[in-house]
Design a binder for this molecule. Structure first.
Ligand code: 0X9
Ligand code: ZN
Length: 408
């Protein structure tokens, strides 16, 4: 049975994490921002990232006092609208890249793109998921220069962050369309290949379209518990499962049985390991909260190239602000957001990919994971600005170091 969402909520207390609560009566779906206080008992449910999730009754007698504020009272309608938007609705003027897409549509799009650009786009099967879905990455290679460096971008580690795969699709489209049109893009693609993995967690993504729009983890069925899924961004070997991750399989930040226990994280880690000499930049796209994060998230320690990374995210945020009047915060993950070990960005950095980042795209909480399709374009443009800023800066640094080596 699909989980139902009756609203987006913000907790106004700082009580313990909710394990149990009761469906709100209809009468309580009142105006946004009004404070509510209710007693809730014997329902498996949770308030996660501002979303009050409901499911069936559970035995036991657990009651909580819940204090909350309604942020979005029509979450179910919004979800339905975003799914309807996938089919070509003649009333909607939105283009393909201004809509969200099902996993099947994304697979079709991958094949179509490779067919349409046979000389520049190659499909690479990097692995497969628990439920045996393929993990396809696209390699964009705009010329055959020898010893080209590369950038890796992955999207959709977290299933419910739909803007993330939407960005990967947009980025590929933009690169192919604007090579030789946009100066920055041309320079970047002349100097580096780009690997784009549009959906790193296909099982989870599929599940958000069919069962539970707020699903985050993969779909690993843990034997001996009713709980499913590992948080792939806690499953990499970077201070794995320390503070900021959980070894409790029902947790949203469950780290898995051991580092890279999951086929999805292992596939990405294997690919990066075998291409680490060419891949210079690692980018992982998430949402939401408008942040440009750099290592480390798994420790409060500073990365050895902290200052150059900080300069890059700062400049990227300044460019977004200048061009789009939108605010992004930036800095090392642990200090900017929270301690979160086992993440792909920290692991890639420790592997030697020194320019490693996580972007948290729009918004700052108004719609959260339910970002309306009409915001896709704006969110993607902002992220693209950050990608360009960082890639150009990295190129500038490598060119400077090559020419200084040549002059010595
Ligand atoms: O907690 C996460 O995995 C990311 N935030 S999200 O809301 N998209 O879940 C932040 C990831 C930052 N980087 C690492 N934790 N390594
Ligand atoms: Zn995420």
């Amino acid at each position: 049975m699909a989980a139902r969402f009756i609203g987006l909520y913000q907790r106004t207390d700082s009580g313990p994490p909710l394990r149990s609560c009761k469906q709100l009566p209809d009468g309580q779906r009142s105006a946004a921002q009004t404070q509510h206080h209710i007693r809730v008992c014997n329902k498996a449910a949770a308030v996660l990232s501002g979303v009050l999730r409901m499911s069936q009754s559970v035995p036991g007698k657990l009651c909580w006092f819940l204090h909350f504020r309604v942020m979005l009272s029509n979450a179910d309608e919004i979800i339905e609208m975003q799914m309807r938007n996938d089919s070509t609705d003649p009333r909607s003027g939105a283009t393909f890249y201004q809509r969200y897409h099902t996993l099947e549509d994304i697979y079709d799009w991958i094949n179509r793109t490779a067919k349409d650009y046979p000389n520049t786009v190659k499909v690479i099967l990097v692995g497969s998921s628990h439920e045996k879905r393929p993990l396809y990455a696209l390699k964009l290679s705009l010329n055959n220069r020898p010893n080209k460096k590369a950038m890796w971008i992955d999207c959709g580690i977290h299933a419910r962050e739909w803007i993330s795969p939407a960005f990967c699709l947009f980025f590929v489209h933009y690169s192919l369309l604007f090579y030789n049109q946009n100066q920055a893009m041309t320079q970047i693609l002349d100097n580096m290949d780009v690997y784009v993995l549009p959906v790193m967690n296909p099982d989870g993504y599929k599940y958000t379209w069919t069962n539970d729009r707020m699903w985050r983890k993969n779909r690993f069925p843990k034997k001996g518990t009713p709980c499913i899924g590992v948080d792939l961004n806690r499953n990499f070997d970077a201070n794995w499962c320390t503070r900021g991750a959980s070894d409790y399989p029902c947790s949203e930040i469950y780290c898995g049985a051991f580092p890279e226990s999951e086929p999805e994280s292992q596939a990405v880690a294997n690919f990066l390991r075998s291409h680490k000499d060419s891949i210079q930049i690692y980018l992982s796209i998430h949402s939401y909260s408008q942040m440009l994060l750099m290592p480390y998230s798994c420790t409060m320690d500073e990365a050895e190239n902290h200052s150059e990374l900080y300069e890059m995210v700062k400049q990227a945020a300044e460019n977004i602000r200048r061009y789009y009047r939108n605010i992004y915060t930036y800095g090392p993950g642990a200090k900017t957001i929270y301690l979160a070990p086992g993440g792909s960005d920290d692991w890639a950095h420790m592997l030697g990919i020194k320019y490693s980042f996580t972007f948290e795209l729009q918004d700052r909480g108004r719609y959260g994971f339910l970002l309306p399709p009409s915001h896709i374009q704006g969110a993607c443009n902002e992220a693209l600005t950050a990608v360009k800023t960082i890639a150009l800066k990295v190129m500038e640094k490598s060119q400077a170091s090559t020419s200084s080596r040549q002059t010595v």
